[in-house]
Design a protein. Structure first.
Length: 411
């Protein structure tokens, strides 16, 4: 019995409750976001859409280029008389409201491009945070795996010592070896998952994160009480409103096209012998013949406006649904964490301590200690998984949140 008691201190030290995984804050989520903002090609292309829309705006509301015509009489080139030539300049005269409608449409499309870029920026930040949470979780899983592996290695050593003193059974050694083999197989899967995740981050971040540790901090529940103005201020909805405004301006321009089009021209014809007749000033008018082409353009613009109005309504509904969905997910996540922290983990730690005491007194089997340790590890892994899910939900919730403090650097 004394020999058996000599094994208890070593057994208790080997089976001490698993500590928390210490993640060195070598890489912060802000660093990931900054890297993505600079290197993400999709976001870079979206930002260029603003420059393209501004270029269109610069030309909107301007008159069409004048047309210069010049002609010469070939047979007068070698003759004794003055060379006969003729030139004419014509300019189409736009309606003032046609120019203003064209300019309004271009301005609205610039606004839409800005809002689209802001929305994609929010999505990019959310995606980076989701990936950051996944990277943190896989690191936690690997850390807990190595701790469990080390614990079972010590259990294997203690089991061999117990067998040497005549306690226990040979089957316990095989039991531990089976668990060690299972852990080795799990390690292969975890490392493969980490490598796959690292490769999947290349398009998002512009490069793999490497073997960096990350630190994940959850915000408080106050995140659900952040600023919530009108949905129309959110870039997801605001871009649809801007396109609706552009479509309304296009409709106004199409309606103006039903009017006659006037052209002013001035010309000179040296073939006239009378010099007073050589200079010509005139006005041309283009009258819609049947109006079918203009009516078709108006009907098309009307349908486009109706489509954009319905898209705006749909986006407002999607915005409301997304906020409600993520609000429910976040509340449930915090509640699950409370249960894990205040009930599950304390109960499992109590079971672990009781198992150790029973093992020390000879009333518990070694299998019970192994199962209790694995359950404790699994519960900590569940806690990490809940934290990851909550962190991802908060990131997506903040993307849909109307927060005027979010900085934008779009140009």
């Amino acid at each position: 019995m004394k020999r058996y008691l000599l094994l208890i201190p070593g057994l208790v030290m080997a089976l001490a409750p698993l500590g928390t995984v210490n993640a060195a804050p070598l890489s912060s989520v802000d660093q990931w976001i900054e890297q993505a903002m600079q290197a993400n090609a999709t976001f870079g292309a979206q930002r260029e859409s603003i420059a393209a829309a501004i270029a269109v705006q610069n030309a909107a509301g301007t008159w069409e280029d004048p047309i210069l015509k010049y002609g010469v009489a070939p047979q007068t080139l070698a003759g004794p008389n003055t060379v006969g030539h003729r030139f004419e300049i014509s300019q189409k005269l736009p309606w003032p409201d046609q120019l203003s409608a064209s300019e309004d449409a271009a301005i609205a499309r610039v606004t839409a491009a800005r809002h689209d870029t802001r929305w994609q920026q929010r999505q990019l930040i959310a995606n980076v945070k989701v990936a950051y949470g996944q990277w943190w979780y896989i690191s936690q899983a690997l850390g807990l795996h190595h701790q469990t592996r080390a614990l079972l290695d010590k259990l294997a050593t203690i089991t061999e010592q117990r067998l040497a003193y005549g306690y226990g059974a040979q089957s316990q050694t095989f039991r531990i070896e089976t668990e060690l083999d299972t852990l080795d197989a799990q390690l292969v899967e975890l490392e493969a998952e980490q490598s796959t995740l690292s490769a999947s981050l290349i398009p998002l971040l512009g490069g793999a994160p490497g073997k960096t540790d990350v630190l994940l901090n959850l915000p408080s529940r106050a995140v659900l009480q952040q600023y919530q103005p009108d949905a129309r201020e959110h870039p997801f909805v605001a871009s649809a409103l801007a396109r609706e405004k552009a479509a309304r301006a296009d409709l106004e321009r199409a309606e103006v096209s039903r009017r006659p089009t006037f052209t002013a021209n001035v010309g000179y014809n040296s073939l006239w012998a009378d010099e007073d007749k050589r200079w010509m000033v005139g006005v041309g008018v283009q009258i819609p013949f049947s109006g079918q082409r203009q009516d078709s353009a108006v009907r098309q613009a009307t349908a486009t406006l109706a489509q954009d109005q319905l898209r705006t309504v749909q986006r407002q509904r999607e915005w409301q649904a997304a906020l409600a969905e993520f609000t429910a997910t976040i509340r449930a996540g915090y509640q699950r964490l409370d249960i894990l922290k205040n009930r599950h983990l304390p109960n499992q730690n109590a079971e672990w301590d009781a198992t150790l005491n029973e093992l020390a007194s000879g009333t518990a089997r070694l299998d019970d200690a192994i199962e209790s340790a694995l359950r404790l590890t699994q519960l900590k892994l569940t806690q990490a998984r809940v934290r990851r899910g909550l962190y991802s939900a908060i990131a997506q919730y903040q993307a849909w949140l109307n927060d005027p403090t979010i900085p934008y650097s779009l140009e």
